[in-house]
Design a protein around this ligand. Structure first.
Ligand SMILES: [Zn+2]
Length: 85
């Protein structure tokens, strides 16, 4: 995961609450006749190049880059656009 701000591109109201969706691999042995599970190994996380992030406000799920890009487009410190010059 990148140490960068996130901003949900879907609800555009959440920069704080997220969840990382990851895949696990858990090998097991099955009995060929009865089909019962004989042995279960420890689950191992499958490392992905880009993590999948879920917004905890609207449940939108997408690649981390989508959240990072949205935060870059609309930074937190952005001033209102109706400034008078
Ligand atoms: Zn959202």
């Amino acid at each position: 995961m990148q140490e960068k701000p996130y901003f949900c591109p879907n609800c555009r109201s959440n920069r704080v609450k997220f969840s990382m969706i990851s895949s696990f691999s858990q090998p097991f042995l099955k009995d060929a006749l009865s089909g019962t599970v004989q042995e279960v190994a420890e689950p191992q996380r499958i490392e992905e190049t880009e993590p999948t992030i879920q917004c905890m406000v609207c449940s939108f799920t997408g690649n981390e880059m989508r959240f990072v890009k949205q935060a870059e487009r609309e930074p937190r410190a952005a001033t209102p656009t109706n400034s008078t010059y």
